[in-house]
Design a protein around this ligand. Structure first.
Ligand SMILES: [Zn+2]
Length: 409
């Protein structure tokens, strides 16, 4: 498995090349839009064209002739267009509203042919970026912190720099390069693992996360602060003055930092729990449309869940632990003890009581165990092969065949 990270670094652009870079970025955006426009016109069968190669064959040559944009940037623009068309089509397929994608953000995609990195040793490095008027040499501006991750990612120390996205910050007038870096990590598929153990995580509003090992991370503080914030924002919005809007922005930024900080800490604790229980995998329910499935979930929650998942995935990978999402169907109705799935098993928001075997347990904890079981089952190659895999529980482990082993004291 390739471990992926993004290194975000500020660039110094020579004054005499700023216009070239700006013109390149504007053209890139126009070109990406032209590809989108062509794709949106649809093919002869009336379908939006989402295949990169198809789009390229239709208009690439003409666009290259018209704009003289570097061929690799042109390719980047096709890729960007194809990606955005594909996600628009996916939204339509899911019955959601989707208009023609438009590009407004000041960004530009560099594949490995359009950017080169020069980052030998500890000295601050630089890159060269394809642009009108020839390559632009841009120095990296690292934060003063010696151990800053950007420096590590870009210093070549085990990490390989791949493509990048160039961002222009309109407020500060600075350019930032977001470089994708990769490192190879040995990985074990659960089905092949000697002793694969899964930590299941259930997400929710009351409890932001509950694990199959029985740890509850309350969402109470989150929800309380969230309501408080909404209330203050609402009254400031009514005030409507310029300074009120500035205050809204300031509070918003502070809220985001606070939320991120809490999610970071929860993710750390979750990964620590997986390490403590010797887990090879962490299972979450599928996050797509999670808000629609969850009573009382707000937009904030789907954001928080995605963020939490990303943090966990990121941190767990450093320890060789894989993070996966499983189909959430029936995880709240299935009895994690006897396997009976009944709507009536879920007696209230917090309570689960199996109508067949009488197992009474907190509903979120029951769901967390089911999430882990789902991953075990989905990765099981043969019934016998699965016997070595198990899910991590409070008091021991349970394998895919339902055999329970108590934790050693
Ligand atoms: Zn039961």
């Amino acid at each position: 498995m390739a471990l992926k990270r993004t290194a975000r670094v500020k660039l110094t652009i020579p004054d005499d090349r700023r216009d070239d870079l700006k013109r390149t970025m504007l053209t890139f955006r126009e070109v990406a839009q032209q590809f989108v426009d062509r794709g949106w016109e649809r093919n002869e069968d009336g379908y939006v064209i989402t295949a990169r190669s198809h789009l390229q064959s239709l208009v690439y040559k003409q666009i290259r002739e018209d704009t003289g944009l570097h061929s690799d940037l042109c390719i980047g623009a096709v890729n960007l267009a194809a990606d955005s068309l594909r996600s628009a089509v996916e939204r339509m397929k899911a019955g959601k509203r989707a208009g023609k994608p438009t590009f407004t953000a000041p960004t530009m995609t560099y594949n490995t042919n359009a950017v080169s990195y020069f980052t030998d040793g500890d000295e601050s490095g630089y890159c060269t970026l394809a642009a009108y008027g020839g390559r632009v040499r841009a120095e990296f501006v690292y934060p003063p912190d010696e151990d800053c991750p950007q420096r590590q990612y870009l210093s070549g120390d085990g990490w390989e720099a791949k493509g990048a996205t160039l961002h222009y910050d309109r407020d500060g007038g600075d350019y930032y390069l977001h470089v994708t870096v990769e490192r190879d990590e040995p990985e074990t598929e659960l089905g092949e693992a000697e002793n694969g153990t899964v930590l299941g995580v259930d997400l929710g509003v009351e409890n932001i996360a509950v694990t199959s090992t029985g740890t509850f991370y309350s969402g109470g503080l989150f929800n309380h602060r969230r309501d408080e914030y909404e209330r203050i924002r609402g009254s400031l919005q009514q005030t409507g003055t310029e300074s009120a809007h500035r205050t809204i922005d300031q509070i918003g930024n502070r809220e985001r930092r606070w939320n991120n900080d809490v999610l970071h800490r929860i993710s750390k604790a979750l990964v620590q729990e997986a390490i403590t229980h010797d887990c090879s995998h962490i299972a979450f329910e599928d996050l797509t449309d999670i808000r629609d499935r969850m009573l009382g979930a707000k937009k904030f929650h789907s954001w928080a869940f995605r963020q939490l998942y990303e943090y966990v995935e990121y941190k767990a990978a450093e320890f060789g632990i894989r993070t996966k999402q499983v189909d959430p169907a029936y995880t709240s109705q299935r009895c994690s003890k006897c396997g009976t799935t009944l709507r009536e098993n879920r007696t209230s928001q917090a309570e689960f009581c199996c109508q067949k075997c009488g197992y009474e347990v907190h509903a979120d904890y029951n769901a967390a165990k089911n999430v882990a079981t789902k991953l075990l089952r989905s990765e099981q190659k043969s019934p016998s092969g699965g016997a070595t895999n198990q899910l991590a529980l409070k008091s021991g482990t349970l394998n895919g065949n339902g055999e329970f082993t108590p934790a050693s004291p």
